[in-house]
Write a new protein. Sequence first.
Length: 111
Amino acid sequence: MNVAFPLSLTLAYTGMLFVCLGMERHWKQLASPRLPVHLRQLCVPLGVAALALAVYGCNLIWQTGMAWVAWFGMISLSGLALLLLLPYAPRAVVGLPAVALVACAIADAML
């Protein structure tokens, strides 16, 4: 099994989360009040970079045409997960990429 698929999905979720954190409303909802507000300005470029890395991961698995289709599907799936988790478990939204990254590392080590 290739670990690039779950890693690409994790990167897509992380990218959508950073783009979400770039908005003031979600920053107030999810970020700690101790964090400086100027970090919010870094969230959107980091989100775009994570989404670009997700495209690269999809390109490692599939051919270019199918990679774009899979990438849009991953963005849709991660956006839906973010949308459904945000009102009910806002703290879990922030911690989920770290847990998924650890799970990807464990899966890679087991293979």
